[in-house]
Design a protein around this ligand. Structure first.
Ligand code: PLP
Length: 436
């Protein structure tokens, strides 16, 4: 059942405390935002939608998105509505708007809208999934040494509370030479009879490596085939640095949970994210933060849990910065307008140009694989005799914004995105060349 049908299909009136007067509910669909038409492949027109300063070459926009015009207009529209009349503005939208967001998200990502939960960040999504896991003290969670702090700590918190054990394995030793056969062998060797969860990251922000998720999912599926229902392994993926780049349909990736912030590559409002889960996956975890909307009706005694769409039930409740959350569809629509295949092609093209340039410099070590099969939008490197922090700081003085990886071993990180062009890449490469 669609979320929007849920409340209208209840045949009961919603609690007075949650409802606006009837006259305010008539014709209350969110007004359509002004359209910005960008021809697929017109990257200059896309760049002009961003207020990003042109004083710098921006090669770190993946950290936190600048809002493109359609997104900032929608935020402004909702902000104004909420500031003018918060209770009515919220009452007039809360029943349907999250369903509308999930529908556009599903159009972009694939799968069913009801399988999508809305969050505030990748970190919140990871925490919701990992802290909702049903685990017994002897159970094991297998993760990798390549994961982000947010995965490590979400799993550590869950292990601490349940007595389950977290084990970490390396899927590759030399990131630049990663290959599917080695990853699968390492994965198989890491799984044992007690493994209930495999937690991993699609594109590593530590090295730029993109894992072969489909092949890993197939391996786990084959192992699950020989196991009873209560021994099944759940395959969870932090997908944030492939999301908004790679042209995939989530249902073909093969994982059980896919977690991503939408405020990085997708250009969504800051403070937004999603969790997609298969039916089997959602059935295997418990909610952590109570959801509002339809789940509230269960508490009120107006319906029963099985009538609440699962994605909605798993979306953390409480009041949010709604002007940001409700503007999220504009980011999905912009990406759909650009075309998922075009987006992937452009980001891979700029990244390949970057890697080809760095590979020619004898004072540079490139850690990210050159092939787009094993990389996406992040390029990690270092310069002989210089710390990553120092490289980033020297480039900043030349008007180039990069970042260094926030990991125990830190590299400089060059992240060409849709807002960059070939001249900017060449200028940045020239400055790195001059560091010799
Ligand atoms: C792989 C990975 N996962 C999670 C995060 C945290 O993302 P968020 O800021 O959306 O919580 C980051 C940070 O950039 C990251 O690199």
């Amino acid at each position: 059942m669609l979320r929007r049908n849920f409340l209208s299909g209840l045949g009961v009136s919603i609690s007075a405390s949650l409802l606006a007067p009837k006259n305010l509910l008539a014709g209350t669909k969110t007004p359509v935002n002004k359209e910005y038409t960008i021809a697929p492949g017109d990257w200059t027109a896309l760049r002009d939608l961003f207020p990003l300063t042109k004083k710098y070459i921006q090669l770190s926009t993946f950290l936190l998105s600048s809002h493109p015009k359609p997104v900032s207009d929608a935020i402004e529209m909702h902000r104004r509505g909420l500031d003018e009349n918060p209770a009515d503005y919220w009452h007039n939208r809360f029943k349907t708007i999250e369903n509308d967001i999930a529908e556009v998200a599903a159009e972009y990502i694939g799968g069913k809208p009801n399988n999508i939960a809305l969050t505030d960040s990748t970190t919140m999504g990871l925490a919701m999934v990992y802290n909702g896991l049903k685990l017994a003290p002897a159970d094991e969670i297998l993760q990798t040494v390549h994961d982000h702090y947010s995965t490590d700590m979400s799993l550590a918190h869950r292990a601490h509370r349940t007595g389950a054990v977290v084990r970490r394995i390396a899927l590759y030793d030399n990131p630049a030479k990663v290959n599917t056969a080695d990853v699968i062998n390492q994965l198989k060797a890491g799984i044992n009879k007690k493994t209930r969860v495999v937690a991993t990251t699609w594109v590593h922000s530590s090295t730029g490596v993109k894992l072969p998720i489909r092949a890993m999912a197939d391996t786990i599926k084959a192992i699950n085939k020989a196991r009873s229902t209560d021994q099944q392994i759940l395959f969870c993926v932090d997908g944030v640095h492939g999301f908004g780049i790679e042209d995939i349909d989530i249902t073909t990736l093969g994982c059980d949970f896919f977690i991503a912030g939408t405020h990085k590559w997708l250009f969504g409002p800051r403070g937004t994210g999603i969790i997609w889960g298969s039916d089997r996956a959602w059935a295997s975890i418990e909610p952590v933060i109570p959801s509002f909307s339809a789940s509230y009706e269960v508490w009120l005694g107006n319906t029963t849990q099985e009538h609440v769409p699962i994605g909605e039930h798993m979306s953390p409740g409480g009041f949010h910065s709604f002007e940001h959350r409700w503007a999220l569809p504009e980011a999905f629509k912009l990406h759909l307008q650009l075309g998922k295949a075009n987006v992937q092609k452009r980001i891979h093209q700029l990244n390949s140009l970057t890697k080809a340039g760095l590979a020619k410099m004898s004072h540079v070590t490139l850690y990210t694989p050159e092939s787009s099969e094993f990389s996406s939008g992040l390029v990690c490197f270092d310069v002989a005799g210089m710390s990553a922090e120092n490289v980033v700081s020297k480039l900043h003085k030349k008007g180039i914004i990069m970042s260094n990886t926030p990991y125990r071993t830190s590299y400089a990180r060059f992240a060409p995105s849709l807002i960059n062009n070939e001249q900017e890449i060449e200028s940045a490469l020239a400055e790195i060349r001059a560091l010799a």
